[in-house]
Design a protein around this ligand. Sequence first.
Ligand code: UTP
Length: 296
Amino acid sequence: MKIRKAVIAAAGWGTRFLPITKSMPKEMLPLLNKPLIQYSVEEAAACGIELIVMVTALGKREIEDYFDRRVELENMLTEKGEHKLAREVRCLCDLADICYIRQKEQLGLGHAVLSAKSIIGDEPFALFLPDDLFEYGEVVLRRMLDICDRHNGSVIAVKPVTEAEVSRYGIIDSRKLEDRLYQINDLVEKPPPSEAPSNLAIMGRYVLTPAIFRELEQVPPGKNGEIQLTDGLRRLAQREPVYGYEFMGERYDAGTIPGWLETTAALALRNPELGPRFRNYLNNLLQRTKEPTISP
Ligand code: UTP
């Protein structure tokens, strides 16, 4: 069955970026010349997703404006002979159909997913947490869509992390089926290393069957009334197969300041136009910072 729809959860507060997120959505932070959220939209479009349900909240209007047309800008660029830029600006609006749903209270990721229920309906869908960027995002999602189709179940992107890192992630308890593919028995949210059932951590890409909505509706609200996606996934794994796909390549967390810096640096180094100059700059900078500081 072709998966046509995706949900992008973009309603979080972005407190780790305050004060800038006081008046600017975290999803609009730049990674080179694109906002963070564009990477998820492009990835979805490249994998054949036709409709994106963007779950947003108060203060996130800039996201809607960004993916809308700006005809005067296109005309101005065309008149100036900047045809490539004009095309680029125009193409943004044609990546996929995007509809926006407001999560009226930020009651957790599970609640955000549940807000998309009426638009997703009774079909499987991809779920993106846009803070997470994958080196081979398109390849990873294609593979996950394929696993969902072949094995008839939900799929979660997972990656091995170090013992010190397990307490920052949802961790899966699973049985290996084949190379890079696991059947999930259970999931534990942020366990202390001594209680972690494995070192396989959940990262921000999912392909979910619509049964997740029924489970999320049953999840009792936890701390601050929040409904956690992990709790819904735990219930789902008891009723139908849920798989973990161990993806290849790097994953960057642009949702924290150090992670955003690392993501920016990685993208700049990989960029054919910026890469050589930036590499050179970094090498010089590292060389200079090694030298003892001379007081003026
Ligand atoms: P995070 O836990 O990273 O929270 O959410 P956040 O608000 O984005 O960032 P901080 O922690 O305040 O700095 C994980 C994902 O779930 C979405 C976020 O937008 C992010 O994609 N989310 C979270 C919602 O859509 N709604 C919520 O109520 C909570």
